[in-house]
Write a protein that binds this ligand. Structure first.
Ligand code: SAM
Length: 227
């Protein structure tokens, strides 16, 4: 059987996962956990789905791939169907950052020490959540697609997250500390587009003014002209 196709965004998620036990929350088609098993990046997986359609699709694809022995599909909300300590890492991808942050907040002690997250919008709420809940940002990717898709790997760790050291905090939370240091063309285009969009809207006291200042601070880290 051929490997299920993953888009560039899920390929990036795949590359940041390596664990004996892993949970994919909100898996839908289950393509990611199937590939994780096939490539030997995980030994056993739990797939969690909230909705009946995607739940049935995940079950069907796992059976088709003949992986029922190593991939278990469970119905439920976020981390609810998992026991504390059951998995070493988890992925939550293809949802809004607010939805992902809500799932992480509700997870409590069921949350594993490593998380790979791919929100479909600004990951700032997830970076804020991570700093408040003892997770350090270990890796970030920004994948070109319909829009630039951020992918974050978080690991539980004590103390201040060193990723933010020496960077303007608002800009690092908005654009990503690793991404800012790396300065990829995708990020440069994103920051520059923000500056162009926000400049006519900015005025003292307006949100657009604060956002413009954040984008300008990011441009400075990127070395002046973001283009
Ligand atoms: C847009 S799809 C993303 C599928 C896949 N993760 C991806 O990145 O291609 C979001 C999936 O998450 C599921 N979902 C949404 N909220 C959930 C929750 N609280 N717990 C479990 N699954 C959830 C939905 O049913 C849907 O199948």
């Amino acid at each position: 059987m051929s490997h299920p196709p993953l888009d560039a965004r899920l390929e990036a998620v795949l590359s940041l996962i390596c664990a004996d036990t892993h949970a994919d929350i909100g898996s839908d088609h289950a393509h990611l956990p199937i590939r994780l098993i096939w490539e030997g990046r995980i030994g056993r997986g739990v797939i969690v789905e909230l909705n009946p359609g995607p739940l049935a699709l995940a079950r069907r694809n796992v059976v088709r791939a003949r992986l029922e022995g190593v991939l278990e599909v469970r119905e439920g909300d976020g981390f609810d169907p998992l026991a504390p300590g059951e998995v070493e890492s988890a992925s939550v991808t293809g949802m809004g950052a607010g939805t992902i942050a809500g799932i992480l907040r509700r997870a409590g002690e069921r949350r594993p020490p490593a998380l790979v997250l791919q929100p479909n919008d600004s990951p700032a709420p997830i970076r804020v959540w991570a700093r408040e809940h003892g997770y350090h940002l270990r890796a970030e990717r920004l994948i070109p697609g319909y829009w630039p898709y951020p992918v974050l790997r978080l690991e539980q760790a004590g103390g201040e997250d060193p990723a933010y050291a020496g960077l303007p905090l608002a800009a690092a939370l908005r654009y990503g500390p690793h991404l800012l240091r790396e300065g990829s063309p995708v990020l440069r285009r994103q920051v520059w587009a923000d500056v162009v969009r926000l400049t006519p809207l900015a005025a003292p006291g307006r949100t657009a003014q604060t956002e413009l200042e954040t984008a300008q601070a990011a441009l400075e880290v990127l070395g002046g002209n973001g283009q």
